[in-house]
Design a protein around this ligand. Structure first.
Ligand SMILES: CSCCC(=O)C(=O)COP(=O)(O)O
Ligand SMILES: [Mg+2]
Length: 226
């Protein structure tokens, strides 16, 4: 019996294209100037220090740290300090109306239906919690944040490690066997399944790697008891 649903974002609730062709290029174009202008801000300084530590570059000056972060964007590295800074940069883009968060119409309907059925909905993305709230708060169809009971990011752990899902279940106070995890990435689904979660893979693009998880191309194809 499923009581809670935890969903990935990129490739699951929204398109990979939006993340890679809108969000990441916006961050790539604006992160340097944002960091230069806000390096003294406490939350920014904290992430710059975390970047130096993760990159094992304690003596890196500001320009060197920016170069490290830009390299991580190019490599799509899910590094927690980069994700935190990207969220801060995207805030400006959403505020200026440069873009809205892409959410598939079937995902909007599915999430609304599941919430109406009494399920608790959560997000687990490599994007920071701030970035998740921005995307759903400024979505193509308006503010979807009232749908969600909570958010998890890589501060809980990497998405491809079972321990991260055990932590999520622990924080929710719900056994993994009563939680459904949705993602497009098999390694994430494998990790969730290893923690006892139910899983469905969203296969929204051609030629995607698939595994041993039930597959759906839309949220209304996802079925479970609960
Ligand atoms: C929160 S929107 C930006 C998504 C992002 O930065 C990312 O790396 C995609 O991660 P996901 O875990 O949603 O596939
Ligand atoms: Mg994904």
């Amino acid at each position: 019996m499923i009581r809670a649903i935890v969903t990935d974002i990129e490739g699951t609730t929204g398109s990979i294209r939006f993340v890679h062709q809108v969000l990441f290029p916006y961050a790539r174009a604006n992160l340097g100037d944002f960091v230069r202008a806000n390096a003294e801000r406490e939350d920014v300084a904290e992430q710059l220090a975390a970047t130096r530590e993760l990159a094992e570059a304690p003596a890196a000056d500001l320009e060197a740290v920016i170069a490290i972060l830009e390299g991580w964007i190019d490599a799509d590295r899910k590094a927690t300090p980069l994700k935190a800074l990207q969220g801060m940069v995207w805030a400006q883009g959403y505020a200026d109306g440069d873009f809205t968060g892409h959410v598939y119409p079937d995902a909007v309907k599915g999430l609304r239906d599941w919430k109406e059925r009494g399920l608790s909905l959560y997000v687990y993305s490599s994007g920071s919690i701030q970035a998740q709230k921005l995307l759903f708060g400024h979505s193509d169809v308006g503010d979807l944040t009232p749908l969600f009971a909570g958010y998890f990011d890589t501060t809980t752990g990497p998405k491809q490690e079972a321990e991260s899902y055990r932590r999520i279940a622990g924080q929710l106070g719900i056994p993994g066997a009563e939680i459904l995890f949705l993602s497009d990435v098999v390694a994430e689904l494998d990790a969730a399944a290893a923690a006892g979660f139910h899983t469905w893979q969203l296969v929204r693009e051609p030629d995607m790697v698939t595994g041993d998880h039930p597959r759906a191309s839309r949220f209304d194809e996802v079925s479970f008891s609960g």
